[in-house]
Design a protein around this ligand. Structure first.
Ligand code: ADE
Length: 247
């Protein structure tokens, strides 16, 4: 899968994504992440790509033409179809695990990052397929948000993680949060690993994880519960854990 990031700060994106799992997936050829410096398409000697706002207002706005030229450099419009283009914006729909999974099906994704006051709406209307936000807060630019999207989408692509179970069991994948996890030693600071984890009984362990995942979701993210259909037996088990925790 290929990501093309259109940005005024290519180094910020490259540096972040060249480390760890994503960096290794790139080395293995499973992913390719290219950054395109919008300033290279400024059309002037100074690399100027922004101007003041029509209608007043403070700050500068990125202009249409450099963004359009940078995007157009990514494909041959006569032979290829336009690649899917995402604009990182606090006005976009908020990224979810489900959205990341959907995006992982594309062969080529273009991610456009804004800076300053943003980008002239006309070029957005011309090239962007969807706006995405990474949360209800405002960042100084779209670069960090683009890195979040690339990280989250990439780990859904086969071969990036050691096995697909690595993400299938984790928080948000099944609609609820992941249960607590433990490793050696069995006892640390008088705290014991739950007995079932040492039992070797895989069915029991699976059930423990499911119920404790639901319990954590109820305690930490009750807003997620409305999308889950929890049976009365499961509620009883969840409330038993609560009693145990209180007791
Ligand atoms: N650019 C500025 N803030 C953002 C956010 N919350 N998500 C995505 N892009 C942004």
């Amino acid at each position: 899968m290929k990501f093309s990031v259109l940005t005024l700060f290519p180094k910020q994106v490259k540096d972040f994504l060249s480390e760890s799992i994503i960096g290794r997936a790139e080395d293995k050829g499973i992913l390719s992440i290219e950054t395109i410096d919008i300033r290279d398409f400024s059309g002037n000697r100074y690399g100027k790509v922004d101007d003041t706002l029509f209608g007043g207002g403070t700050g500068m706005l990125m202009q249409c033409e450099p963004v359009y030229q940078a995007f157009s450099s990514l494909y041959d419009a006569e032979k290829e179809s336009k690649p899917h283009c995402i604009f990182m914006s606090p006005k976009g729909s908020v990224l979810t695990q489900e959205k990341a999974k959907e995006l992982s099906k594309y062969d080529h994704l273009v991610i456009l990052c804004g800076h300053y006051e943003g980008i002239d709406q006309r070029v957005l209307d011309e090239i962007v397929d969807e706006d995405l936000s990474i949360g209800d807060y405002v960042l100084t630019g779209g670069e960090v948000a683009a890195c979040v999207v690339i990280d989250c989408v990439s780990r859904m692509i086969e071969g990036v993680l050691p096995n697909s179970e690595a993400y299938e069991e984790e928080s948000h994948m099944s609609g609820y949060l992941e249960a607590p996890q433990y490793t050696k030693p069995n006892i640390w600071h008088d705290r014991e690993v739950p007995e079932v984890m040492l039992s070797g009984n895989h069915a029991k362990i699976k059930e423990w994880k499911r119920i404790h995942g639901l319990y954590d979701t109820w305690k930490r993210r009750p807003d997620m519960l409305s999308k889950l259909d929890i049976s009365s037996e499961d509620w009883k088990k969840i409330l038993d854990i609560e009693k145990e925790q209180q007791g």
